[in-house]
Design a protein around this ligand. Structure first.
Ligand code: GUN
Length: 303
């Protein structure tokens, strides 16, 4: 039987509607709205389309939104000064610097320069530490892992005692989602294995997974025989493998995206599976909005 699709677009939209009503309530009571700035350095097409979508979503939710695009040649010093400006701006509650950054800029220095209380990506070492401690300590869970956990919870997947296997050990997805699933609590309490490029017998590990989370950046890496029948498969890969005509305007070409899981064959084995696109991607943006709203609520001292 074909797997149930976990539709991030639909689940994300439900959460966005919740955010819209909270924003209206806060605006009415306190006269303020969440403020989000995205800083994009250079014009990488994928990064540009991600930040544009983030800003469009912020606008739709009634946030103050600032899309600050900078040339690829900006110096590290100027970028740090820009971050400092937004750190001091009381109308901005979330600062997102789109990664990756050009070579002349030290990514670590940039992340460390963001005020941890405005770090809605959850990449600052203070927020990474809070995530590691877990529970009430967590302020801004990183957006993609938070979106994955929300998809799992809202799809009714049992995580307590489940074997979760995470493919990939990046700071943005693999390490934080592994950390979140191993914590105590809802959508967690799992037994977690992290596998990566140096792992022996990758397929054997994956086959043991009740929950398989794949963030490897390798199109079609996971084959159907790597999947335990009935498993929940979360595909984080967004690989541009070519172009296709747009649905709205067939004369316009848009990127053809493929996940890290061979979707058509995997869906015959898995119990639940996320599509690409329309699975994890929209949830990342949704959780960014949730973190930005949370930042404002913390500032106002409301829950
Ligand atoms: N590049 C790829 N994913 C992300 C993300 O979640 N946040 C930022 N800032 N950059 C990214």
């Amino acid at each position: 039987m074909a797997a149930k699709l976990i539709k991030g677009t639909e689940i994300g939209e439900l959460i966005l509607q919740e955010i819209i009503s909270e924003v209206a309530h806060i605006k009415g009571k306190y006269g303020v709205v969440p403020g989000l700035v995205t800083i994009l350095v250079g014009n990488n097409p994928a990064s540009l389309s991600y930040v544009t979508l983030k800003i469009k979503t912020a606008h739709r939710l009634g946030f103050k939104e600032v899309q600050d695009n900078q040339p690829a040649t900006i110096s590290e010093r100027d970028l740090l000064a820009l971050i400092d400006k937004y750190n001091k701006d009381d109308s901005i509650h979330g600062i997102l610097v789109q990664l990756p950054l050009p070579k002349q800029i030290d990514e670590k220095k940039v992340i460390n320069a963001i005020d941890p209380d405005k770090d809605v990506d959850g990449f600052h070492p203070v927020n990474v530490g809070r995530l590691m401690i877990g529970g009430d300590e967590v302020k801004f869970p990183p957006c993609t892992p938070a979106g994955i956990q929300e998809l799992i919870i809202r799809s009714g997947i049992e995580t307590g005692g489940a074997e979760a296997v995470v493919v990939g050990r990046s700071n943005i997805v693999g390490k934080p989602i592994a950390n979140m699933l191993v914590q105590k609590g809802r959508g967690a309490d799992a037994t977690v294995t992290v596998v990566h490029t140096k792992t022996k017998n990758l397929a054997d590990h994956c086959r043991r997974a009740d929950i398989l989370i794949v963030a490897a950046g390798v199109p079609g890496l996971v084959k159907p025989e790597w999947i335990k029948p009935g498993a929940c498969v979360i595909d984080v890969g967004v690989n541009r493998v070519g172009e296709k005509p747009s649905k709205d305007d067939p004369k316009r070409m848009v990127p053809l995206l493929k996940g890290d899981v061979d979707f058509e064959t995997a869906r015959e084995i898995a119990g639940h599976i996320t599509p690409v696109p329309g699975g994890v991607g929209p949830m990342t943006i949704t959780m960014l909005m949730k973190n930005t709203l949370k930042s404002l609520k913390c500032r106002l001292g409301v829950q």
